[in-house]
Design a protein around this ligand. Structure first.
Ligand code: 5CA
Ligand code: ZN
Length: 408
């Protein structure tokens, strides 16, 4: 699929700082240590009701990872899927009385436009499940050959017993895994499975559902193997960051990693598993199924500048579950106005330490609040005491543009 157009990023003086991120699997903040080419896979949308502020916050967090790595001199290869065929999408299309392809195409177009407006760097590989059916089926065939797959009626399941480390990423106990599997697309109660946690790899053709011919028989892919195949085939095993919201820790990321580690007979799938907190509204997780959505496109249509939305989302820490409020937009508008006034000056106070501070804060598990306060500090000084460095306003402008994706 086409992604979207990349924003220009200014180059910053000096050298970037190595990025440390919290890893769900080891439960600690530790250095990402990419080679010359940093590789990241972030789970993409299921294209209906895109793009709400929860989606935006999640892709924004990984955009900061991308920007920090680039600033530190790495090339970044970024992959992202689009789950453009799956039960929730088909159910929504049916409810709307429209073709599922039309729904997916329209919502993917909205997503692209929103990502571009929010200055999110596009993935090099933006891959729909539908365009990857053959490679996903081939991945299931690998799992069969490894003895890790079995049939239930005509459907194919992955045997979690094939990966002794299954469960290690999330670290949940079995009752919790069973509950989460049931809530998040799994079918722990289906009779005939060897283990209730075994996830679906291939769903055999059903009347009224889309399906594709394959060596496995006609059908469509399961959800976790979609991401395993798309990620491994674009990035290889042992890539640097697997990302998504914390609602994907289990069963999605646990299962994708297990599929890949068994199919490729090597580990790890990813070196860091990084998860964002859930954005909520009045204490409830923002979700398509609940319908309590604030859409980026709605805010934009109401005349809110995308840069204000981006800045508002940056005020919270990416790992915290947190509520969205409209006051966050007011606060962002005020902050942006102060920054704009300060960078519009012909001279200002020295900004080298501001750049260093923004880098240090972001390198520390994306401490965006600290980074914003460093810019606030410079702007306040510029407007109260002033300064005589003619390069400073431009340097601050470039700093917030390159590292935070904000064009004041
Ligand atoms: N297509 C799958 C991933 S392969 C999927 O989860 N799609 S999604 O459209 O439901 O979500 C897309 C991304 O947004 C996921 O990383 C998900 O964790 C994240 N997300 C969904 N709701 C929220 C929310 N309220 N707050 C933060 N992130 C969210
Ligand atoms: Zn995924």
């Amino acid at each position: 699929m086409q992604a979207w157009t990349a924003p220009e990023i200014p180059r910053l003086p000096g050298s970037g700082v190595p990025l440390r991120l919290y890893d769900t699997a080891t439960r600690e903040v530790r250095p990402t240590a990419p080679g010359p080419v940093a590789r990241m896979y972030v789970c993409g949308i299921t294209p209906y009701d895109a793009t709400h502020l929860g989606h935006a916050a999640t892709y924004l967090a990984f955009d900061l990872v991308n920007r920090m790595w680039r600033d530190a001199g790495h090339d970044v290869v970024y992959g992202q899927n689009v789950t453009d065929v799956d039960d929730p999408l088909l159910e929504r299309a049916q409810r709307n009385g429209e073709d599922w392809r039309a729904l997916a195409e329209r919502e993917t177009a909205v997503f692209r436009a929103d990502m571009s407006a929010l200055s999110i760097l596009p993935p090099a590989h933006f891959v729909g499940a539908v365009e990857a059916i053959d490679e996903i089926a081939a991945f299931v065939t690998l799992l069969r050959a490894a003895g890790a797959a079995y049939d239930v009626e005509r459907d194919i399941y992955f045997s979690v017993s094939a990966e002794p480390r299954f469960g290690a990423i999330g670290g949940y106990d079995v009752p919790t895994m069973l509950r989460l599997a049931g809530e998040r697309g799994g079918d722990p109660d289906r009779p005939g499975k060897k283990d209730p946690l075994d996830p679906l790899l291939w769903r055999a053709e059903r009347t009224g559902e889309p399906s594709w011919p394959s060596p496995l028989g006609p059908g469509r892919p399961g959800w976790h193997v979609e991401c395993a195949a798309i990620a491994v085939n674009r990035l290889g095993m042992g890539f640097d960051v697997q990302g998504g919201g914390n609602d994907l820790i289990f069963p999605h990321h646990e299962s994708s990693a297990a599929h890949a580690q068994v199919a490729c007979a090597t580990r790890p799938f990813a070196r860091h598993y990084v998860h964002t907190g859930m954005i909520g509204l009045a204490g409830e997780k923002m979700s398509k199924s609940k319908g309590n959505l604030v859409l980026v496109s709605r805010l934009r249509a109401d005349g809110i500048e995308p840069v204000e939305i981006r800045l508002a989302l940056l005020t919270g820490h990416y790992r915290a579950d947190r509520d969205w409020t409209s006051e966050m937009l007011d606060e962002a508008a005020g902050r942006l106005a102060r920054w704009r006034a300060a960078v519009a000056c012909e001279t200002g106070p020295d900004a080298q330490s501001t750049l260093a501070s923004v880098r240090q804060h972001l390198a520390d598990d994306l401490d965006t609040r600290g980074a914003l306060e460093a810019v606030d500090g410079w702007a306040l000084e510029a407007m109260t005491r002033g300064g005589d460095d003619p390069g400073a306003p431009g340097l601050v402008r470039d700093t917030v543009d390159a590292l935070l994706g904000l064009k004041p």
